[in-house]
Write a protein that binds this ligand. Structure first.
Ligand SMILES: C[S@@+](CC[C@H](N)C(=O)[O-])C[C@H]1O[C@@H](n2cnc3c(N)ncnc32)[C@H](O)[C@@H]1O
Length: 252
């Protein structure tokens, strides 16, 4: 009789826990845009160690206090070991799910250089961050990369676990694994498009009027070298014809 009572209580507890878990999974799925954003899955095993190792390498080289963030930090699997190892640097985790966020806050008790902020990582300002880590879904990698490309400083390093980000300049890929399955870590920096722009492009950006003049000059040069059009370059019709001529020459 007593044994039966214990079994009934155990079954009730397990059933209640299962219902809570299912409710949390449903909440999490809806919160994560119904599959648009990654749900709470903690970094684990070799890939977690490799992520931390890559961040460690960046932090060891630091000559000033660094600001480090994990976008969708979960319960702090990546940030907490680093915050303990590098008390001189500041660590900030953004997380919109209250469950892992609370777990992270509890685990971080006593640490002064780490904060867990409840918020959407797609809506933060990252201009003063020195190191950004993330473990997002492939589908999030494209829009997140686009935001970061214009929202980080030149010296900032971005490390992405498992999934590539769009729009950033790739520094390297690191071979890693999760549960024995080969996976990659992607390391990025801000795209250097402006630096690579030619003086002509820079002039075009500064002054649209000047840029027209420059274009016309280029067209005239092409025309001269292809020997196809005479000196009546001033009219737009002729200019168009010259451009066509130039393109044909290039194709050949
Ligand atoms: C795959 S988990 C990674 C957790 C942690 N970075 C780690 O490596 O253990 C992704 C986390 O991002 C959170 N997340 C997803 N989209 C988010 C968003 N737009 N803003 C804030 N957190 C987000 C999820 O709730 C989840 O905890």
């Amino acid at each position: 009789m007593c044994c039966n009572g214990i079994i009934v209580i155990l079954a009730l507890v397990i059933g209640f826990a299962a219902i809570i878990y299912l409710m949390y999974q449903t909440y999490s799925y809806i919160k994560c845009g119904c599959g648009q954003y990654g749900p709470f899955v903690s970094s684990y095993g070799k890939i977690k160690e490799d992520m931390i190792e890559e961040a460690r390498a960046v932090l060891k080289k630091a000559k000033h206090k660094m600001k480090v963030t994990d976008l969708g930090c979960g319960s702090g699997a990546l940030l907490l070991p680093l915050a303990k190892e590098f008390p001189e640097h500041e660590f900030i985790g953004y997380e919109w799910d209250i469950v892992p966020l609370t777990m992270g806050k509890i685990k971080a008790a006593g640490l002064k250089n780490i904060s867990f902020i409840k918020g959407d990582y797609m809506k933060q300002d990252y201009h003063d961050m020195d190191l950004i880590m993330c473990y997002v879904l492939k589908v999030t990698g494209e829009p997140l990369g686009k935001i970061l490309a214009t929202n980080i400083k030149e010296s900032c390093v971005v490390i992405s676990e498992m999934f590539p980000l769009g729009h950033l300049e790739e520094i390297k890929q690191i071979d890693s694994s999760i549960y024995g399955v080969p996976e990659k870590i992607f390391v990025y920096k801000k795209p250097q498009t402006d630096k690579k722009a030619s003086p002509k492009d820079k002039a075009e950006k500064k002054s649209p009027v000047k840029s027209k003049t420059l274009k016309t000059k280029t067209v005239t040069k092409t025309k001269a070298s292809s020997k196809t059009v005479s000196s009546k370059v001033a009219s737009s019709k002729t200019a168009k014809a010259t451009v066509k001529g130039g393109k044909n020459v290039k194709k050949k």
